[in-house]
Design a protein. Structure first.
Length: 276
């Protein structure tokens, strides 16, 4: 009997008219695909996104799915493949497609002149439960639009207790930058869920410093890879990923609905070892 483990990739799928699942199975059968189609229809989704092992991608391509992005060697030696099925033709059209292409071209070009300058990572530290209120305050004032999660104090405390990691930078007794990372022991991976910097310090390279610190800390764990989703039009966030030698894995077209507009999302990933 074929069994599938399907886990939501986003917490607020209905808002985005999207059914987004990570599907783990030795074989994805027709019955599973029919159930996914039915679930998407029930929820009024106009796009289905599945994250699957590479060996399961071929049958999906013959069932109306198309490859949008990949993360190399995510499942041990096997790539993770993001495949999408669009249930409305209009959802495939990216009005900002040329803008997204330009952003990617520019951030990749900017890395050519990028030197590995040392950052003052002494400013950064790992957060604890007592920081939850200040973290929530930063999120409230500088919402990470692509996450669409609740970030009140209780939610931050619950995440910390669930072994999520928050790395922060503090300035004048206020937290001015935070990166929220979720660990997955089964794949030895880390996912950057949010990276938020207060507006008044955005030109101080806080995001770069924080990612430097996070990568250094994660290398002391059994984490072997890290990945991140960035809004395709967010030049600053994509530049941070490119400058830290993350691999661009593709673009999820019209993945999110933000302020009643579709937004696409870039996939970035990086493998960690003691040397890099």
């Amino acid at each position: 009997m074929n069994t599938c483990k399907a886990m939501p990739l986003l917490p607020n799928d209905n808002q985005h008219k999207l059914l987004a699942l990570e599907v783990l199975a030795q074989h994805i059968c027709d019955k599973t695909l029919s159930h996914i189609d039915h679930t998407a229809s029930e929820h009024g989704a106009t796009k289905i996104l599945l994250k699957v092992q590479e060996s399961n991608s071929l049958p999906l391509l013959s069932n109306g799915y198309q490859i949008e992005a990949t993360i190399p060697k995510f499942y041990n030696k096997e790539d993770a493949i993001y495949v999408a099925k669009f249930l409305e033709n209009q959802r495939q059209i990216e009005p900002q497609g040329e803008v997204y292409d330009d952003v990617l071209d520019h951030v990749i070009a900017s890395t050519e002149s990028w030197g590995n300058e040392e950052q003052n990572i002494s400013l950064a530290r790992q957060a604890h439960s007592a920081d939850a209120r200040n973290i929530a305050k930063l999120f409230a004032n500088n919402r990470a639009a692509y996450s669409n999660k609740q970030h009140d104090e209780a939610a931050v405390v619950a995440n910390i207790r669930a072994k999520h990691i928050y790395f922060v930078i503090e300035y004048l007794n206020n937290i001015v930058a935070v990166v929220h990372i979720k660990l997955d022991k089964s794949t030895h991976s880390a996912f950057i869920q949010e990276l938020v910097v207060a507006n008044f310090v955005k030109n101080q390279r806080m995001a770069t410093t924080l990612v430097d610190f996070a990568l250094m800390q994660l290398r002391h764990t059994n984490t072997t890879k890290i990945h991140c989703h960035c809004l395709s039009g967010d030049y600053a966030m994509n530049k941070v990923m490119a400058r830290h030698d993350f691999n661009f894995g593709g673009r999820l077209a019209n993945q999110l609905v933000i302020k009643d507009q579709f937004q696409s999302v870039n996939i970035w990933s990086k493998h960690l070892n003691a040397a890099n």
